[in-house]
Design a protein around this ligand. Structure first.
Ligand code: PEP
Ligand code: MG
Length: 326
């Protein structure tokens, strides 16, 4: 089975009706690019940069410096040989704790994490932005911002990116002035106020792991409530499908980079919603590609539309399962 799948490595991901789908990889460190290429990924859809910041107890200088980060981002974009690399800025906190930042919040998932933390630590954030921008001189890099919900957070972030560019210009450092900037859609408020994002950004990436957590009020790492963590809850499907549709209408690309993107049981449902870009763990990529190669949008789209009207879990589960035999 593995061997059969590996034959698909160079096969373009195209549905039976001829729709091209982008299959990208999620990575944690630059060395994961090898696995991404091995799986035939056409780019990196999510580089979780916080992994450069985690597990560093014992280092004299605990945060990675601008130069150290630059080297890591440059290594990744060089390894990908012209394929796009989407670098997500530091998404620290809650399930991804940094040893240096003491977690004292009662509800860390709702606290000063991700972009909120970055905006509160401008020196650290500016260093990361400069490092990413400098690496963009070596290949196509996109900047992805996690956990945005408010317009002022987007505006503040964009202003800081502009400031980082100005500093680099001043220092005669090369970077891509047209670097694409995108937002993770992973807070329900963001999905429900999408025009705020579509107006300001170049692309969107739906983080279903957190979107499910926050929509259902279910801690994504708490085993006691794991049975309530349901990607097929109608409210989750509503937010996903409306985000994908709104992106298409606004003409800005939308991807899914949460675990749902790598779940072959959900590939056809996402295709039917109109998703054209999936980013996942490299190990899932060829199985998802196989699913895509056998999918026909002309039948999936109307069937998915019907599923989106269902409310009962049993009916939804059954209908999603039936998509696979369609
Ligand atoms: C997500 O929330 O779905 C996501 C892709 O980011 P992370 O899992 O790193 O929070
Ligand atoms: Mg997330």
């Amino acid at each position: 089975e593995r061997k059969k799948l590996s034959r698909l490595k160079k096969t373009p991901a195209v549905t039976l009706d001829g729709t091209e789908i982008a299959l990208l990889a999620n990575i944690e460190l630059p060395q994961d690019c090898a696995a991404a290429l091995e799986a035939g990924a056409t780019g990196i859809g999510l580089f979780r940069s916080e992994f450069l910041f985690m597990g560093r107890t014992g280092y004299a200088n605990r945060l990675p410096s601008e130069d150290e980060q630059f080297e890591s981002y440059k290594t990744a974009v060089t390894a990908m040989k012209g394929r796009p690399v989407t670098i997500r800025t530091l998404d620290i906190g809650a399930d991804k704790p940094m040893d240096t930042a003491e977690e004292t919040a009662q509800n860390p998932a709702l606290g000063l994490r991700a972009i909120r933390y970055c905006l509160a630590e401008p020196q650290m954030f500016m260093a990361q932005l400069r490092a990413i921008l400098r690496a963009s001189a070596f290949g196509p890099i996109k900047l992805l911002i996690p956990m945005l919900a408010h317009a002022f957070e987007i505006d503040q972030t964009l202003a800081m990116i502009a400031q980082a560019k100005a500093q680099l210009r001043e220092a005669n450092r090369k970077f891509d002035p047209q670097i694409q900037i995108g937002a993770m859609i992973e807070i329900p408020a963001a999905a429900l106020a999408l025009p705020l994002f579509a107006r300001r950004l170049d692309f969107l990436s739906i983080g279903t792991n957190d979107l499910i957590q926050y929509t259902l009020a279910v801690d994504r790492v708490d085993h006691e409530v794991a049975h309530l963590y349901n990607p097929l809850h109608p409210a989750v499907l509503f937010l996903l499908s409306t985000t994908i549709a709104a992106g298409a209408k606004a003409g800005i690309p939308v991807s899914v980079c949460g675990e749902m993107a790598g779940d072959t049981k959900l590939t056809r449902l996402l295709l039917g919603m109109g998703l054209r870009e999936f980013s996942m763990h490299p190990a899932q990529l060829l199985s998802v590609k196989q699913e895509i190669l056998n999918s026909d949008l002309t039948t999936l789209v109307p069937k998915t539309r019907k599923i989106l009207r269902l409310m009962e879990a049993d009916a939804i589960n059954e209908a999603v399962e039936q998509l696979r035999t369609a």
